[in-house]
Design a protein around this ligand. Sequence first.
Ligand code: CO
Length: 134
Amino acid sequence: MLGRLNHVAIAVPDLAAATATYRDTLGAQVSQPQALPEHGVTVVFVDLGNTKVELLEPLGEGSPIAAYLERNPAGGMHHLCYEVADIRAARDRLAAAGARVLGDGEPRTGAHGKPVLFLHPKDFAGTLVELEQA
Ligand code: CO
């Protein structure tokens, strides 16, 4: 069921500073910032060839990463995103196995324009997991 690692997401308090670190200190290819108001974040993608790092900064009130940044003011690893071929089939299989799907269980459109779901970190070794339909 599980496919490639699509991205590792890192929550950051200052997107411009984090982008500069990846671009200038690490010499990575970085995208322009992209505001995703429906997800409450602004995102920059770091292209690594085999996968991506997604830098996330809170956008607007009630951002889903605001509480994480309160606990981790310097930022930190927020979630891993794995690709699946059929997100509804993956959801149904996980739900049948007792895993908790966050929200109402319906896939939403993610940062890459593809359907995504999030899974409860307590069911996956303490790691928030995003599934994206490849
Ligand atoms: Co993500």
